[in-house]
Ligand binder design. Structure first.
Ligand code: FE2
Length: 139
């Protein structure tokens, strides 16, 4: 059974964000499967690196759009991104140093963080993007 299934309920209504989130869900599943199948540290490490790399790219895409529309709630949104990156970078460093493992608890944390962030934080940004789009059409 798939660990983390995409649901249309996760759609925030902005295409590029939804596309990125679908990819993040896939990458979290890849990490889960690598762990569940008992893959070696090299495979797990590479999968973890891919997930973190893509997450940083995704956050940058969102933050570029926040600047473009001068999003009023950018500061607190970016703080959430920075906190997550800080946490996963710590995990990544410890994993590569052989000091920590990718566990079920780590996977659950990533899944819950993403669902929560999509549904509470990204959805508000997507509303603002749509309003900004409508405003620029009206002008
Ligand atoms: Fe976000």
């Amino acid at each position: 059974m798939t660990f983390f299934s995409w649901s249309d309920a996760y759609s925030v209504g902005a295409q590029f964000i939804d596309n990125d989130h679908r990819r993040l869900v896939e990458l979290i599943n890849e990490l889960h499967d690598a762990m569940a199948l008992g893959k070696g540290r090299d495979i797990l490490g590479k999968t973890l690196d891919d997930l973190i790399h893509y997450t940083k790219e995704h956050f940058k895409r969102e933050e570029d759009e926040m600047r473009r529309i001068d999003y009023h709630a950018a500061a607190e949104h970016v703080t959430q991104h920075e906190r997550l990156i800080h946490e996963v970078a710590d995990l990544q460093a410890k994993f590569h140093a052989g000091e920590s493992l990718v566990t079920g608890a780590v996977l659950k944390f990533l899944k819950d963080w993403l669902v929560n962030h999509m549904m509470r934080t990204d959805i508000k940004f997507a509303w603002a993007l749509r309003r900004a789009g409508a405003a620029s059409v009206a002008v």
